[in-house]
Design a protein around this ligand. Structure first.
Ligand code: GLC
Length: 479
């Protein structure tokens, strides 16, 4: 039996802020389903204050020990919970994790150094030595660095193979040099592993130490070897390209399922599309928009960050709203300039636009179910899950051909009645291209026959974890 340990900073349904949480929420179960009796999948997470009592009641305290981090001696409790075939371990230390937010604290470096050290220590304490450690993003990077630099001589740790997954190369875990010994407990001999470009860079260290490096789509795996996408790390990825691969994420097909979703007004499948329109009516009612079935509803559900392509949207959206009979719903929060922009847009078009400056998973599902067209023109997108969720709920995606968007959404065209592709896409990061494709999607939507044919095709596209979980298992096996 292959023993696999995933280490990461967030996972649904326990605590999540973004796509990483979705992936660590659904990948472990999918690995179990794909691997059957051949795999033992376990996950290590911090025990955040935000994790609800309902989950805590299901946890058992397994061990308590002291974690050393330079001169610090910190309490660590390990709680265990079984769910859908997966064993979850939660690292407890209230000083580090019982806070209002998951990240964004002044001492994140120390918090996640503690988390990583505690996770690697735990293996010896509980006597579980995995075949594979699969660490995710910079918050888990030190687990692989510690393993390589401090634990390899210890019995049980010698032959563990490692894989590091980059979910977004923009966030690398960069620190001043002083942190090396005082917090990270790394010596001058370790310095060359984590030093990069005038600072300590944890993602770089993990790339160097890992046996394999993966990212969340094949296209992004190519892109991050170039300066345009790598936020400075391209030379490191180029050097390590022999261990780099891209595996496209899937989405949780149980959680995102318009046929059974209890968060939406009316359930539907590609065979009952008329029921989808009930959801549009319900959302129009909820948001106080004119109740009309003949007007396409566009939506944007996104963190309001610039790499999501919001500057392109802001360049075209006044035109589109003026010229087209459409409605637009925006859900998300982030940079204040975009929040202000969308609130202003709603004021300019009170009968057409709703800007919901918040983060709300249930509401997002009602919007996916109601939408006809989903805009996601990202400047860069490691994988992107929203375009897959939108597709699952039958909204036509309009995307830019980058990263996982390129791998998941192919341009629509029709030839002698046969449909190709599953959305509207454009290559260059230019507002004219976005505007052109958005208008094309609106035009197609206005033909009921064409629209239905395309939506059926979109809803039938497989974005489940099945194929990708198998690819991960193959990657583990190759190690
Ligand atoms: C990050 C990326 C996103 C990806 C997600 C899960 O949030 O920005 O593109 O889908 O991680 O891998």
């Amino acid at each position: 039996m292959k023993k696999i340990l995933l280490i990461g900073a967030e996972a649904m349904p326990f605590a999540a802020t973004g796509g990483l949480g979705d992936v660590l929420g659904s990948l472990p179960t999918s690995l179990c389903e794909a691997g059957g009796d051949e795999v033992d999948v376990r996950v290590v997470l911090p025990l955040y204050g935000a994790i609800s009592a309902t989950w805590r009641e299901q946890m058992t305290l397994v061990v308590e020990y002291e974690v050393c981090l330079s001169w610090r001696r910190q309490y660590c409790g390990v709680y265990r919970l079984y769910k859908d075939g997966v064993t979850y371990y939660f690292i407890d230390n209230e000083y580090y994790f019982n806070r209002d937010t998951l990240y964004g604290c002044f001492d994140d470096g120390e918090r996640f150094a503690f988390f990583c050290k505690a996770a690697i220590d735990m293996l010896g304490v509980i006597g579980f030595y995995p075949d594979i450690i699969h660490a995710h993003d910079w918050q888990a990077a030190l687990s692989l660095i510690y393993l390589d630099r401090k634990y390899r001589q210890i019995e049980g740790y010698e032959s563990i193979k490692t894989i590091f997954t980059i979910h977004n190369i923009e966030y690398q875990g960069k620190y001043d040099f002083w942190i090396l010994g005082d917090v990270f407990e790394l010596s001058d001999a370790d310095r060359s592993i984590v030093e990069y470009d005038g600072c300590i860079n944890l993602m770089k260290g993990a790339i160097v130490c890992a046996n394999r490096v993966s990212t969340v789509s094949p296209r992004y795996a190519e892109e991050i070897r170039s300066a345009e996408y790598a936020h400075g790390l391209h030379p490191i990825l180029e050097e390590n390209s022999y261990k780099l691969c891209g595996i496209l994420n899937g989405i949780d097909y149980e959680y995102y399922n318009p046929e059974k979703d209890t968060a939406i007004k009316k359930n539907y499948t590609w065979q009952s599309l008329s029921s989808k329109y009930e959801n549009k009516k319900a959302l129009q009612e909820e948001l106080g928009l004119p109740i009309r079935s003949d007007v396409p509803m566009l939506s944007i559900i996104s963190r309001l960050a610039s790499h999501k392509g919001l500057d392109l949207i802001s360049e075209i959206v006044y035109n589109v709203m003026r010229e087209q009979d459409v409605q637009l719903v925006i859900l998300g929060k982030g940079e204040s300039r975009y929040e202000t922009f969308f609130v202003g847009l709603q004021e300019a078009f009170p009968n057409k636009v709703r800007a919901l400056i918040t983060y709300d998973r249930e509401l997002s599902k009602r919007i996916y179910a109601a939408s006809d067209i989903f805009l996601m023109p990202s400047k860069s997108e490691p994988c992107g899950l929203s375009q897959m969720i939108a597709s699952r709920y039958g909204a036509i995606p309009v995307t830019r051909e980058t990263g996982g968007l390129y791998d998941s959404i192919k341009p629509y065209w029709e030839d002698k009645g046969t449909i190709h592709g599953n959305g509207f896409t454009f290559a260059n990061y230019r507002s004219e291209e976005l505007e052109d494709r958005t208008n094309a999607a609106i035009e197609l939507w206005r033909s009921e026959e064409k629209r239905n044919k395309l939506i059926v095709r979109i809803m039938q596209t497989d974005f489940s974890w099945k194929a990708s979980a198998l690819q991960y298992l193959e990657t583990y096996a190759s190690l």
